[in-house]
Write a protein that binds this ligand. Structure first.
Ligand SMILES: NC(=O)c1ccc[n+]([C@@H]2O[C@H](COP(=O)([O-])OP(=O)(O)OC[C@H]3O[C@@H](n4cnc5c(N)ncnc54)[C@H](O)[C@@H]3O)[C@@H](O)[C@H]2O)c1
Length: 251
């Protein structure tokens, strides 16, 4: 078991990659705090407990400072510590406010997307850091191939994901001396509800697959396995890394 007795807080864990990570981390011995603003997170936590693991669901909007403070408080109250903060929650293509380039995006959509996708990472790091310093823990942040791929059409999303890489690299430098590792995952096109508009259209799936050297979309479990590696002691000398899990799409 690679995460035995570790306490992992995973945001956006009601669905997709976050859900796969919650289930995998629990199988590897972690006590998991499933965080999401959707009530389905309770089913994920219950599934983990039914399988013999330990999990707590905290319903929270991670772009709300008071809810993030409460998330940290409840994690520590339940499990005594936080070893792993996996910032995974975001809105993407399946959420209409994400779609649009600079000239098309209403200002309030830009603010909302950046608030949910980037400001939330600042908040979760800010309020979990006192605990992570104590445990010499790990932060894993979620960016995207969109951050570096120069793909027009979702400019607030792209900018928020670029900001996550910059923030993570500077945090890695600041926190490394204190024993806290910070890394970034950049998923490619992964079959989750976030890309439902693509998955519902066989032609769009074929177009997406054609961009991937490995010739197919990724699964949430494939991203979760990379996340497991980065938060585990197997990655003990990896800090400030940006790992693409994209079937080669960014090459
Ligand atoms: N699926 C892809 O192709 C892809 C590609 C690149 C990056 N990513 C990134 O991977 C991460 C996971 O995405 P996914 O594909 O599993 O999507 P998903 O939509 O299946 O899951 C995202 C989860 O985050 C939750 N969430 C969103 N905003 C929240 C908020 N403010 N507070 C709490 N919970 C919130 C949602 O309710 C949902 O359960 C995201 O950061 C996404 O940007 C995904």
């Amino acid at each position: 078991m690679r995460l035995k007795d570790k306490v992992a807080v995973i945001t956006g864990a009601a669905s997709g990659i976050g859900r796969a990570a919650a289930e995998l981390f629990a199988r590897e011995g972690a006590k998991v705090v499933v965080v999401d603003w959707k009530g389905e997170g309770e089913e994920v936590a219950r599934g983990i407990r039914d399988a013999g693991g330990e999990a707590l669901f905290v319903r929270a909007d991670v772009s709300d400072p008071s809810r993030v403070r409460e998330m940290v408080r409840r994690a520590v109250e339940a499990f005594g510590r936080i070893d792993i903060l996996y910032n995974n929650a975001a809105v993407g293509y399946s959420t209409p406010i994400v779609v649009g380039s600079v000239e098309e995006l209403p200002e309030e959509h830009w603010d909302r997307v950046v608030r949910i996708n980037l400001y939330s990472v600042y908040l979760c790091c800010k309020y979990a850091l006192p605990e992570l310093r104590r445990t010499k823990g790990v932060i894993l942040n979620t960016s995207s191939i969109m951050a570096t791929g120069a793909v027009p059409g979702a400019d607030a999303y792209t900018a928020s994901k670029g900001g996550i890489i910059s923030l993570s690299r500077s945090l890695a430098k600041k926190l490394g001396p204190e024993g806290v590792r910070v890394n970034v995952l950049c998923p490619g096109t992964i079959a989750t509800p976030m890309i439902a508009p693509i998955l519902e259209d066989p032609e769009a799936v074929r177009r997406s697959e054609a961009k991937v050297p490995l010739g197919r979309l990724g699964t949430p479990e494939e991203v979760a396995r990379a996340a497991l590696f980065l938060v585990s002691d197997e990655a003990s000398y990896i800090a400030g890394a940006v790992l693409f899990v994209d079937g080669g799409q960014s090459v």
